[in-house]
Design a binder for this molecule. Structure first.
Ligand SMILES: NC(=O)c1ccc[n+]([C@@H]2O[C@H](COP(=O)([O-])OP(=O)(O)OC[C@H]3O[C@@H](n4cnc5c(N)ncnc54)[C@H](O)[C@@H]3O)[C@@H](O)[C@H]2O)c1
Length: 452
């Protein structure tokens, strides 16, 4: 496994758990040293147990040197990063190509080289060319096997996938790939064999579709606020339709994370280069960016139009719960904009604070959620960690200076919050002014909005 990040470490550990012999390789010697000491560099529920067990049983090991690790390997996975290239949004493939060059040097006997990294259509062709140029007689097949795991649920996703996409026309490679995934299923596994280019596109199409679904419900949330409807009910109402499905229909502050932002941009670039623009995806990216920036305005509006000199608590910083990944998290533009507007920002996240600190200089970090909200003028919930759902709301209110709660994930019940005396603002739940004393205005506005 070349690259021991989220995908490489989870995939390597799970393949070892299937019974295969796996060596996870990374250039980052600190990461490898930590793993050799039994320390897991990422926060991923259940991963530490699987890593520990498989290391103890001798199926999983770690190395910095590819030639030692890949000696005699039947399959070599490339799971290195493919971040956005600065300036144009295209996927930066330098890590993938450099891994391919290293693999070319050590390949020995028939080897299946598999790109697990998310890579634009045609990358497999280039990887094959790089290896063949360096080693014209090498026996190999280059396969695309994109990964669909979700951070926070990665082990379960890897072990119980909806589908496994394998892009290759090489019969021998198909057999090797089937063997690798065989322990996952008793009879027929959810393996879908396609051409390599198709497999590469499936990954981008999947992520772009999910990003579109999120952006669609976010736009519906705005419409709910304009019309006095409730997006939670709209979401349930459309999600129960099997053709639509209920997943990825939770309105919020806009998508972030290590995949959707970069993969939508890369798809747009790929489509542009192919002369077949992806106009829906272009709009999704634009709408989402704008939304993330508008979230701070929403918080400022909830604080009577200014946060200057006010103390604001931010609960949750990672792009979603159960991860310490801060890549493109909506909390970053929110915290930066609140600081720029003159607020004192104090934040708490159960796992992501060390990663967040360098991205938001000026933010202070608290020991826990209650510590974070002490004497604040407003509490903003950005990431829906379980621990925030279970807060004692009476205690919350007694600790805050002003009872203003901006809930960007609709975790709390609006009417419960209002009856507890909070000025509560969720996302897409009734009219935007629908907190506290402005209720009667709302009725008038709602009537106006509903007039034909
Ligand atoms: N994170 C996710 O949830 C997720 C899900 C599906 C797909 N993906 C895709 O998987 C790929 C990897 O993502 P990630 O989040 O695991 O990235 P990551 O940044 O966490 O890890 C990449 C690792 O590769 C290492 N590396 C780079 N070049 C190397 C080389 N030549 N040899 C050895 N190691 C090398 C880096 O040091 C780093 O540790 C990306 O293409 C991403 O889009 C990610």
């Amino acid at each position: 496994m070349v690259g021991t990040g989220y995908v490489g470490l989870v995939s390597g550990a799970c393949f070892a758990d299937f019974g295969h012999d796996v060596v996870c390789v990374d250039k980052d010697s600190k990461k490898i040293d930590a793993l050799k000491r039994g320390e897991i560099p990422i926060f991923e529920p259940g991963l530490d147990d699987i890593v520990r067990k498989n290391c103890l049983e001798g199926r999983l090991s770690f190395a910095t040197n590819l030639s030692e690790a890949a000696n005699g390997a039947d399959a070599i996975f490339i799971a290195v990063g493919t971040p956005s290239r600065r300036g144009d949004g295209h996927a930066d493939l330098s890590y993938v190509y450099s891994a391919a060059r290293e693999i070319a040097e050590i390949i020995d006997g028939y080897t299946v080289v598999i790109t697990k990294s998310t890579v634009p259509v045609g990358t497999g062709d280039e990887v094959a060319k790089i290896i063949r140029d360096a080693r014209p007689n090498a026996e190999l097949a280059v396969v695309s096997n994109p990964e669909f795991l979700r951070e926070g649920a990665a082990i379960n996703d890897f072990k119980h996938p909806d589908r496994i996409i394998i892009g290759t026309d090489d019969a021998r490679a198909r057999a090797v790939m089937s063997e690798i995934y065989r322990p996952l299923y008793v009879n027929q596994g959810p393996l879908l064999f396609t051409s390599r280019r198709t497999a590469e596109l499936i990954k981008y199409a999947g992520n772009a579709f999910l990003a579109t679904k999120i952006t669609f419900i976010n736009e519906m949330a705005d419409l709910c606020e304009a019309l006095g409807a409730d997006v939670q009910d709209v979401s349930r109402g459309i999600g129960l339709d099997n053709r639509i499905g209920s997943k990825f229909l939770h309105a919020g502050p806009g998508y972030g994370g290590s995949c959707f932002p970069k993969d939508t941009l890369a798809l747009i670039k790929t489509a542009e280069n192919a002369g077949s623009r992806a106009r829906i995806v272009e709009t999704v990216v634009e709408v989402n960016e704008l939304r993330k920036r508008k979230m701070a305005d929403r918080i400022i509006a909830a604080c009577d139009g200014t946060v200057w000199g006010k103390k604001i608590a931010v609960l949750g910083l990672t792009f979603k719960p159960n991860t310490n990944d801060m890549r493109d998290s909506p909390s970053i533009p929110i915290c930066v904009a609140l600081l720029a507007a003159g607020a004192e920002v104090i934040a708490y996240d159960p796992a992501g604070m060390p990663q967040a600190a360098p991205l938001m200089p000026g933010v202070r970090f608290a020991k826990n959620a209650y510590d974070c909200i002490k004497d604040v003028d407003a509490m903003v919930l950005v990431t829906e960690w379980e621990v925030f759902r279970a807060l004692n709301l009476k205690r919350v209110k007694s600790l805050m200076k002003a009872p203003v709660v901006v809930d960007l994930r609709n975790v709390y019940g609006g009417s419960e919050m209002t009856s507890l005396g909070f000025r509560y603002l969720g996302i897409g739940r009734g009219l935007r002014l629908s907190w506290g004393a402005e209720r009667s205005d709302n009725r008038q506005i709602r009537q106006r909005a509903l007039r034909p």
